[in-house]
Design a protein around this ligand. Structure first.
Ligand SMILES: O=C(O)C(=O)CO
Length: 321
């Protein structure tokens, strides 16, 4: 059997695949160009891909009848046309659980670095030796305390629940937590409360988007949403760039409609270096590295490899979507 792998993966994972299949590897740390993917996938049995690879009808058409499985090294599957896969009997594997803790931790990191202006402080320290006055000078006078603030997580399905749950536990010492989710058990187990979306926007000091990207979350953080937030609110996005209208966010940040944003996800990814969001002091942008600890990325890759092998050998995948 033949499989396509769309990125350099750790050699341990590649060796496992090489022992079983003929592997057509895109041997690069860069995103595989779309035309290359469309050409490589022809008449292959399996695909190991990343969230940066759009697996749509055109790619599946190019693969043809032999393709049996798409295994993504990600928990999110919004880059894969699931209904086309289902119609064609193509199994989808994904990587839940193994990245939960790393992603939740990263959200805490973004929350703190944005609210306490750690990145801005680092730049200021490099620029000037008067940084001891950082907190006193007019320009830099405000940072948000995290303690005793109201924090909101936008969570909407099983996948994002997991990250949300760990996140709640990690920040339990800081804040009261609210969940945008109608689930009694959840409320009782984590001492969180359900609130409507407009209430959450109005009452929160921190809003963390952990939701999956779908029709109901597409652009949900827009001009209207930012207008409803407190002027002191900090917005953190570890979900997908598509849940935010980025022009509206830029506008809200540059006019101090909200205080700051920490974004690990953007549209597009990577965000072009000349993007206006990079010009703002009150916006921390990272290149989608929420799950990028060595242990986590290795576990994700090994799980994706195992998913692919099981699918092609007609055994149950450890994590079938
Ligand atoms: O696995 C995913 O879907 C991610 O977004 C990783 O950070």
């Amino acid at each position: 059997m033949e499989v396509v792998v769309t990125r350099n993966i750790p050699s341990a994972a590649l060796n496992v695949l090489n022992k079983r299949f003929k592997v057509d590897l895109w041997q690069s740390d860069d995103i595989i160009p779309r035309e290359t993917l469309i050409s490589k996938i022809k008449a292959k049995d399996g695909l190991l891909c990343l969230l940066t690879d759009k697996i749509d009808k055109e790619v599946l058409d190019s693969a043809g009848d032999r393709l049996q499985a798409v295994s993504t090294i990600s928990v999110g599957v919004d880059h894969i046309n699931r209904s086309e896969c289902t119609m064609r009997g193509i199994k989808i594997g994904y990587t839940p659980e193994v990245l939960t803790a790393a992603t939740a931790e990263f959200a805490v990191g973004l929350l703190l670095s944005t609210s306490r202006r750690i990145v801005e402080g680092t730049h200021a320290a490099k620029r000037s030796n008067s940084v001891c006055f950082f907190i006193l000078c007019q320009k830099y006078k405000v940072t948000n305390d995290v303690t005793a603030c109201v924090l909101v997580l936008l969570v909407d399905d099983k996948t994002t629940d997991r990250v949300g749950t760990i996140l709640i536990l990690r920040i339990a010492n800081f804040s009261h937590s609210y969940f945008f989710k109608k689930d009694k058990a959840f409320e009782e187990n984590l001492w969180v409360h359900f609130a409507s979306f407009p209430d959450l926007l109005r009452e929160s000091d921190f809003i963390i988007s952990c939701c999956s990207f779908n029709q109901s979350t597409d652009g949900v953080f827009d001009k209207e949403a930012f207008k409803q937030m407190k002027n002191s609110a900090i917005f953190v996005n570890i979900a997908r760039g598509g849940v935010v209208n980025q022009d509206d966010l830029y506008d809200a940040l540059s006019r101090n409609v909200i205080r700051g944003a920490g974004l690990d996800v953007t549209t597009p990814e990577p965000l072009p270096t000349d993007h206006p969001l990079f010009t703002l002091d009150n916006c921390v942008v990272t290149p989608h590295i929420g799950s990028a600890s060595e242990k986590t990325r290795t576990e994700m890759t090994m799980l994706a490899v195992e998913n692919l092998i099981c699918a092609l050998e007609n055994r149950a995948m450890p994590a079938q979507y």
